[in-house]
Every structure is written in C-alpha cells, then in structure tokens.
Design a binder for this molecule. Structure first.
Ligand SMILES: Nc1nc2c(ncn2[C@@H]2O[C@H](COP(=O)(O)OP(=O)(O)OP(=O)(O)O)[C@@H](O)[C@H]2O)c(=O)[nH]1
Ligand SMILES: [Mg+2]
Length: 287
C-alpha cells in the first residue's frame, strides 16, 4: 500500500499528495467516513486507495448526481457496495430531502458509538464525520447544504477544495471537509477518459479529440437512441455523420459555412459533462 502511493506521487498534483497524507492523519479521530461517488461512474469515481484507508470506519457511500444517472442501472452497484459493508444512498445533492436522508443516516450509523461512550460513563460528544471523494463529486455542495449556508467553495471544476475545514453541523456531528483525491489509472486509459467526462480530472491531461471520441463511443454504444434524439441525428452513427449533423443543426460553422469540428466538440463535451444529453451510467455492470 505504502509503495503504491509512493509510486503515484510523480503524477499526483502536490495538493493531492498532501490531501492523502492529511486524510490519513485526520482518520485517526474520525468516526464515520461519508464517501461520495458520481452515480454515472459508480466504480471508476471511487478511490481504491481510500477504500483501504477506511476499512475500519463506519462507511457511508453516497452516489451523488442521482438526477443525472440512469436509475435502471444503478441498483446493481448499490447492492455490490452494500455487500462490501457500506451503507448506501443515492442522492441529488440539490434536493433538500436527500440531504436530510444523509444527515439521518449519519446520526443513525453513529449511534453505536454514542451508546458505547454512554455505557462507559463518558461525555457524549458529537460524531466526527469526514466527507471524501474524488474532485467534483459534490463534497462542497453537501457541506453547504448540511450547514445551510455557503461555507465551502462550489464550482464545477476539479480540484477546487484545497484546504481542509471543520464545520459544526449540529450537536450530533461535526464535519471535516477534505480535498478530493483522484486515483490515477495509468493502466486504464478508458477510465481516465471517463473520469474526465464527468469533470473530475484536469482537462489538459487528455486531448479534446480523444475525449470527444470517447464521449461519442459511450453514447453510441450505451445510449444510441437518446443520443440520436437529443441531436436529431438522422442516418448512421458514423463519426462523420455525427459531426456534420450536430454542426449543421446547431449552426456550428467556420467562416466558409463548413462545420467546425472544434465547436462541435466543445458543445458535445459540455452537454455530456452537464448531463443534458441523457441520464446515464458509464461504467459496466460487470464486476
Ligand atoms: N446535477 C447535480 N449536480 C450536482 C450534484 N451535486 C453536486 N453537483 C454539482 O457538481 C459540481 C461540483 O460540486 P462540488 O460540491 O464543488 O464538488 P467537490 O467534490 O467539492 O469538488 P472539488 O472541490 O473540486 O473536489 C457543482 O457544479 C455542483 O453544483 C447533484 O447531486 N446533482
Ligand atoms: Mg469542493
């Protein structure tokens, strides 16, 4: 484990390395870990390093961005993680009801710890809760919603949370915000592309051409009907026809009224990332 982390240090941005070290340190006093993953990538957006670090904690796994996911496919992954000892919730962090569910689950899961303290005649203190996850999965959003005011910067870009913050939620629990940790998948380029397609990886690591090709691949293989409908693509789903259909329909031209590939790429990648094309799960349900 130590070796694996060491080997990735060249790739990790400096604050990622720092975050991992800090998380390890903070874990010593943490009761409950709330790990956030993006529902669209229920496997790839989960940090395998973290799983090992939190083995002995009470573990809550929140699948975020429920509003962007293909609910027909998600229960498979929920069962998979439940079998690994996680308490799971599938949430839209912009829905106040879902925030309440997370809050209740934290309190409920931590009750045994509070009972233990009580039995020992010790003072019952607030549970110490840590929110973790790779960039852009909603950590700051969750904290903001839990405390009901803006305390942590929220932006749809990776790596926004740089320093850690403590937040008192109520008399039952305290939260520690942490920077997102991204597990780089050197051997698995496809996973890297997918992580980038949900905006959890710095864009400049991968070329726009490669990302665009992968987005098209995901859409044509997994959601061809939705893809066609969204962009009104008539005819086959060949690269040329996709580019010319989107370009012509959206009027994405260069000077000479030729379709601009770059503009088509920008539009499709933005709409893919924003989840407007269709609700989707990108990871395969074969585990
Ligand atoms: N549609 C949707 N958007 C969400 C949800 N949760 C978070 N977001 C959006 O996702 C983006 C990233 O959210 P943040 O809370 O900044 O994510 P983070 O994990 O703190 O990101 P870093 O600080 O970069 O690690 C923002 O645009 C949020 O509004 C959700 O459940 N549904
Ligand atoms: Mg953040």
């Amino acid at each position: 484990m130590a070796n694996t982390i060491k080997n990735t240090q060249n790739w990790f941005p400096g604050h990622m390395v720092k975050a991992l070290r800090e998380i390890k340190e903070r874990l010593k006093i943490v009761d409950i870990v709330v790990e956030l993953i993006d529902s669209r990538l229920p496997i790839s957006s989960k940090n395998p390093f973290l799983s090992q670090l939190i083995e002995n904690k009470i573990k809550i796994l929140v699948f975020t961005k429920k509003d962007l996911t293909d609910l027909n496919k998600i229960s498979y992954f929920e069962t998979y993680y439940k079998n690994q000892g996680y308490k799971t919730l599938i949430c839209d962090l912009n829905n106040p009801q879902d925030i309440k569910k997370i809050s209740s689950l934290i309190v409920e899961s931590g009750q045994p710890i509070r009972d233990k303290l009580k039995a020992k005649g010790m003072k019952i203190r607030p549970l110490r809760v840590m929110i973790v996850g790779i960039p852009n999965v909603g950590k700051s959003t969750l904290i903001n919603r839990l405390v009901n005011k803006k305390v942590s910067k929220v932006q749809n870009r990776p790596g926004q949370t740089v320093s850690q913050q403590f937040v008192r939620i109520n008399d039952k629990f305290d939260l520690i915000d942490t920077p997102g940790i991204l597990m780089p998948h050197y051997e698995d380029r496809e996973t890297m592309l997918h992580i980038s397609l949900i905006n959890s990886l710095k864009q400049d690591i991968i070329s726009k051409d490669d990302l665009f090709l992968e987005a098209i691949k995901v859409l044509t293989e997994k959601y061809p009907d939705e893809f066609r409908n969204f962009y009104s693509i008539v005819g086959d789903l060949s690269y040329e026809n996709i580019v010319s259909s989107i370009g012509n329909r959206r009027k994405l031209f260069e000077k000479e009224n030729n379709v601009s590939l770059e503009k088509v790429q920008d539009v499709l990648l933005k709409e893919f990332r924003d989840g407007t094309i269709c609700k989707m799960v990108i990871d395969d349900a074969r585990l």
